[in-house]
Every structure is written in structure tokens, then in C-alpha cells.
Unconditional design. Structure first.
Length: 509
């Protein structure tokens, strides 16, 4: 064979190979307006969320999903109201870099109908325009759906949540009168607690203890929920501290305390963490870290990610110290460092110098993310799952509301509580790149399906509803409680047709 021919063959084969390896850069990888997929809660009028959202998956003309970004500006989204010239709607199209897009929008007023236009080169895609027949309420509108079951159906809430069933199974009943007496006596001095009553869909609260600042998250979710759906009357206690409180054995008299974190050794009723709750509510105008922006900042594509396991954080637990020591011994395998020392004495010879804070988005330059307990469960897990890396999760006696549904080897790689097998597990991931990538992807899917706003609202609602059923005395507005008022929405008042319907029904009687 001539040299020239073999060279040509070589080049030809390389070309084929390249073609096979990188299906994303095929010439026909342009999205098709007709085949592209659009779905999500933001396309339904009755799913009221602080930030509404939906997904767009680019599909080419032969029906194949694009797996790399066709360009950030590929799709244009416009939301218009047929009766109003200017809609006060903020829209953001987030490129997930994997051929899909997350579109979020925030409404600042209520509209009779809205039309969502999704355009590709000025052509409508899929079933665009999507017509949401209203009224389409905005987050600030105080307009609760009177029927909880109608609201749950609108939200597509699941029939049950295993964690709620498990947490409540130990109570044959709960007695608000007795709890109002006993719980503040038992915990009110040394712990920070909130005592809430929801009566006629209004929220009342009394706080106990010194550090009650975190009450704002609970107030905010209760106000947000009661604007959307009528809650049953209920009375309950929320623990504002980090650690779960109820340590009694099932054979003793257990008192129901709602906490943001549960543990194998306690009986507290878990709720989504204040952090995840805040991310859903976006009350504080939080822009950096929420379950949506994290999905658009997942770093380079998988093959280009650094195969060193990554961790940053503060010294809130012994195992974190061990992790950093391990990293210093094995810098080619683990990059773990402290950004802050607070709990332990900072010994630089053992734990190295403090490093600068790293943007959470930069975590995803690395393939392997280590999730290790802090004071309690590490509340970053939802964001780590939502990113585009595989999570190595330490076994822990602490858990959040969703751990029950999270499966080892499916959604994350498990590591022992004492980190004894961490190096081995990282090596496994390096040796099984395809499998590791698959787990990373399943973790993302989990986050999309279970950790977004619609699901979090469902969880809270179901928890309150199931808990309310257990009450054997009537929830009351106790002495010392104050009304938690809905923020006034003067700027863009909403007209709630539900209350007006109810009022006019009354008038007819
Ligand atoms: C394309 O993406 C959609 C949305 O994620 C998914 O439901 C579907 O199964 C994918 N299709 C293929 C052929 O992978
Ligand atoms: C991967 O990350 C480690 C630790 O941060 C760093 O030392 C190394 O240079 C990185 N490798 C590449 C190829 O960037
Ligand atoms: C906590 O309980 C879960 C579920 O029973 C178990 O898988 C886990 O190993 C336990 N963890 C610890 C550290 O006790």
C-alpha cells in the first residue's frame, strides 16, 4: 500500500472515529421546530409558583435529542397577555449545555390569560404558543384555592410521601391543647421554637428562645402556601435549631416537633430544609444559588471535567478534618480544603491554609463531589445533585426530607460514615466512567423531579394535611400568639375571583 493511501485511510478512520465519539457535533445537530420538546409546570395556569418554569429539549429533524448546546440564544421566549400591552413578566432562558434549556419566569401581576411563545428562528416550536387560560395568579396574589384536593390535582402532587407516612406513623393522635402546655415547658427554655396555629387560613405564631431569626423561612412558606390553597386548621411546633430534638424512644411519650433535619436517633417530623425552602421562595432576591440557576452552571461537559474529587466547606465536623487530611496525603485524588475555621482549632500544619471561597458553580469543574455532614446533614446536597457531577455521599444518621427516595448507586455513590472507603470509591468511579456518568445523570433527574418548587409545595401541604388529621382537640389561637400578616401587594393588586365568587354566593343567600 502506498504511503499516501495509508495516510488517507488513517485520516478517514480517525474521522469516522471522531464522528462516533462525538455524536453531538454531527452536521445535522440542529434543532427542529416541530420535533423539539417542551414540558413543565410553567405551562399550566393553575400551578402558581414564585418562579414558574418549564423545560425545552432540542430535538433534531430525525427525532434525536441534542446532547450539546445548540447555542444559548437558540430559543426565544416571549410571554404576552392578549388584553394588556405590557406584561410585567421577567423571563430567563437557562442553557443547561446538554441540549436542554430551563426557562423560568416570574410574574409581577395577575393576568386574565397569558400566551407563551417559544420561537426558533422566529418560528413557533412544538405546540407554541402555549395558552394559559386564567386568571393566571402571581405569587403575591392572596387567592387560595378553597379545595385542597383540587389544588393537589392541579399541582400533580403525589398521593403520598413515604417520609411523611413514616414520620407520622408513630402518632395515633396529636393533642394541640396538651402540646401547647407541654412542649414549651419541655423545650421552650433552652431551644428556639416557633409555635404556629393556622386558623381560617390565617397564620399565628409565638416564639420561644433566643435565636428566632430563622422563623422568617417558616413564616414565608406558610404565607405563600395560604395564598395558594386553603390549609386545614392546625397547630404545631417548629424547631428553629440545627439539631433534631425529640430523643425519646417510641415506648415513651413522643412529642411532635417539626424540624429541617431528621436523624436515625430522633423522632422529629422533617420538612424541606430552610435553605431549600428559601431557594424555592426566592424571597430574599437570592440570585446565586437556587435549584434553577445551578442547572445552568454545571461546568464543562463530563469528559472535560477534572477527575479529582472536590470539597470545600467549614470545619463543622470531625470527618471534615479527616477529609482534609486525606486530601493533603492524596492531592491527586482529592481536593478538599477549608474556607473557614470556627468549631475546631485551626492547625495549619495538619489542615493547611484556609482557601478562598469558591463559587458553587465552580464545583462542577470536577467530576466527583463529596457530600459530608456538617453540623447536621449538609444542606448543599440538592444543589450537588442538580449539577452535572456525580455525588459521593457519606452515610449519615442525619437526613433531609427526600433522602428516603434517594437510592445509593442509582443517584449517588455511597461512602462509609468514617470515610474509610472514600479512596476506593473514587477509584471505582474513575475506573467506571460510563457508570459514574449515568449516576450523575440520574441524580440530576432526581433533582428535577423531586426537588423543584412544585414538589416542595406539595410536600408541605401534604405534611400539614396529614398532621391536621391526627389532631384530637381543636387548634386555637393561643395567648401570646401574633398574626403573621400577608405582605401588602399594593403595587400590583390582584383581583381574586375565588373570594369574589364566594362572596357573591353569600349575597345570594
Ligand atoms: C429526549 O429527551 C426527553 C426529555 O428529557 C426524554 O423524555 C426522552 O426520553 C429523550 N429521548 C431519547 C430518544 O433519549
Ligand atoms: C485537577 O484538579 C487538581 C486539584 O484541584 C489540580 O491540581 C489539577 O491541576 C487539575 N487537573 C487539570 C488537568 O486541570
Ligand atoms: C441511618 O438509617 C438509614 C436507614 O435505616 C441507614 O441506611 C443508615 O446506614 C443509618 N446511618 C447511620 C450512620 O446510622
Amino acid at each position: 500500500m502506498s504511503l499516501r493511501l495509508s495516510l488517507w485511510l488513517l485520516l478517514f478512520c480517525l474521522g469516522m472515529f471522531r464522528h462516533k465519539l462525538l455524536p453531538g457535533v454531527q452536521a445535522d445537530s440542529v434543532p427542529s421546530a416541530a420535533k423539539t420538546l417542551v414540558w413543565g409546570p410553567g405551562l399550566e395556569a393553575n400551578i402558581v409558583l414564585p418562579a414558574r418554569f418549564f423545560y425545552v429539549q432540542a430535538v433534531d429533524s430525525s427525532g434525536r435529542n441534542l446532547t450539546t448546546s445548540p447555542g444559548e440564544k437558540t430559543f426565544e421566549v416571549k410571554i404576552v397577555s392578549p388584553v394588556e400591552q405590557f406584561t410585567r413578566i421577567w423571563i430567563q432562558v437557562l442553557d443547561r449545555q446538554d441540549g436542554s434549556f430551563l426557562v423560568r419566569y416570574r410574574m409581577y401581576a395577575t393576568y386574565t390569560d397569558i400566551h407563551i411563545h417559544i420561537l426558533l428562528n422566529n418560528k413557533h416550536i412544538a405546540k407554541s404558543p402555549f395558552i394559559l387560560e386564567g386568571p393566571v395568579y402571581h405569587e403575591g396574589c392572596d387567592c387560595p384555592q378553597p379545595s385542597g384536593s383540587v389544588w393537589e390535582a392541579h399541582m400533580h402532587c403525589p398521593q403520598s410521601f413515604p417520609q411523611i407516612d413514616r414520620d407520622l406513623a408513630i402518632y395515633a393522635s396529636v393533642d394541640p391543647d396538651r402540646n401547647a402546655q407541654e412542649i414549651p415547658q419541655r423545650f421552650g427554655q433552652r431551644q428556639s421554637l416557633c409555635h404556629y396555629t393556622v386558623k381560617d387560613n390565617k397564620v399565628y405564631v409565638q416564639t420561644f428562645g433566643e435565636h428566632v431569626g430563622f422563623r422568617i423561612f417558616m413564616d414565608a412558606i406558610l404565607l405563600s402556601l395560604t395564598r395558594k390553597v386553603r390549609l386545614p386548621d392546625l397547630e404545631f411546633f417548629v424547631n428553629l435549631g440545627d439539631w433534631p430534638l425529640e430523643k425519646r424512644k417510641p415506648t415513651e411519650k413522643i412529642q411532635p416537633i417539626f424540624s429541617w433535619c431528621g436523624s436515625n436517633n430522633t423522632r422529629d417530623i422533617v420538612m424541606p430544609t430552610y435553605d431549600l425552602t428559601e431557594s424555592v421562595l426566592e424571597t430574599m432576591g437570592r440570585v446565586s444559588l437556587d435549584m434553577m440557576s445551578v442547572q445552568a452552571n454545571t461546568g464543562p461537559p463530563w469528559p472535560e471535567k477534572n477527575a479529582t474529587a472536590f470539597w470545600r466547606g467549614r470545619d463543622s465536623r470531625q470527618e471534615r478534618l479527616e477529609l482534609v487530611k486525606l486530601s493533603r496525603a492524596q492531592p491527586n485524588t482529592i481536593d478538599a480544603a477549608f474556607t473557614n475555621f470556627f468549631f475546631f482549632k485551626h492547625d495549619e500544619s495538619l489542615y493547611g491554609p484556609l482557601v478562598k471561597h469558591v463559587s458553587f458553580f465552580d464545583f462542577f469543574k470536577y467530576k466527583y463531589q463529596i457530600n459530608i455532614d456538617g453540623t447536621v446533614a449538609a444542606y448543599r446536597l440538592p444543589y450537588l445533585l442538580a449539577g452535572d457531577s456525580v455525588v459521593l455521599k457519606q452515610d449519615s444518621s442525619y437526613y433531609e426530607h427526600f433522602y428516603n427516595e434517594l437510592q445509593p448507586w442509582e443517584h449517588y455513590i455511597p461512602i462509609r460514615a468514617d470515610l474509610g472507603d472514600l479512596l476506593e470509591k473514587i477509584q471505582w468511579a474513575r475506573d467506571h466512567d460510563e457508570e459514574a456518568k449515568k449516576i450523575a445523570l440520574a441524580g440530576q433527574q432526581f433533582a428535577r423531579n423531586y426537588l423543584m418548587g412544585n414538589r416542595i409545595f406539595c410536600y408541605y401541604y401534604k405534611l400539614f394535611q396529614e398532621y391536621a388529621k391526627l389532631q384530637v382537640t381543636e387548634p386555637k389561637i393561643r395567648e401570646g400568639m401574633e398574626l403573621v400578616e400577608q405582605p401588602s401587594d399594593d403595587l400590583f393588586p390582584c383581583y381574586c375571583h375565588r373570594t369574589s365568587l364566594r362572596d357573591s354566593a353569600k349575597d345570594e343567600l
